[in-house]
Design a protein. Structure first.
Length: 119
C-alpha cells in the first residue's frame, strides 16, 4: 500500500491551500484517514481525522479553518486549508488505516508535503 500526497506550497497568511492524498495498492478496505503535521523543531501533531463514514475531528488550532473530506471510490483524502496562519507552516503527512487483501491491517503514511505560510 502506498500513499501519495500533493498540494503543498508557499502561500501568504490568510490564503488557502488544498492538499490531497491518494492510496493505492492491495487495498481491501480503508478505515480512518487523516493528516498530521510537523513544524520545524516540534513534534508531529494530529491535525484532523475522518472515518470511513465521514465523521471528522479536528485539532482545536485548525477548527473552523480546515476541512477534511474523502472520496472512498478514489481512496483519496483531502484537506482544505483556509485562513492560513504562519503557525500552520510545516510538513503535512497523510495516513490511512488500511486492511489489505491478505487481511493484514495497519497504518500507512504518505511522504509529506511542505506547507509554508509567509507573513
Amino acid at each position: 500500500v502506498q500513499l501519495q500526497a500533493c498540494g503543498g506550497g508557499l502561500v501568504q497568511a490568510g490564503g488557502s491551500l488544498r492538499l490531497s492524498c491518494a492510496a493505492s495498492g492491495s487495498i481491501f478496505s480503508i478505515y480512518d484517514m487523516g493528516w498530521y503535521r510537523q513544524a520545524p523543531g516540534k513534534q508531529r501533531e494530529l491535525v484532523t481525522v475522518i472515518t470511513s463514514r465521514g465523521r471528522a475531528k479536528y485539532a482545536d488550532s485548525v477548527k473552523d479553518r480546515f476541512t477534511i473530506s474523502r472520496d472512498n471510490a478514489k481512496n483519496t483524502v483531502y484537506l482544505q486549508m483556509n485562513s492560513l496562519k504562519t503557525e500552520d507552516t510545516g510538513a503535512y503527512y497523510c495516513y490511512a488505516d488500511v486492511m489489505d487483501w491478505s487481511g493484514v491491517k495497519g497504518d500507512y503514511w504518505g511522504q509529506g508535503t511542505l506547507v509554508t505560510v509567509s507573513s
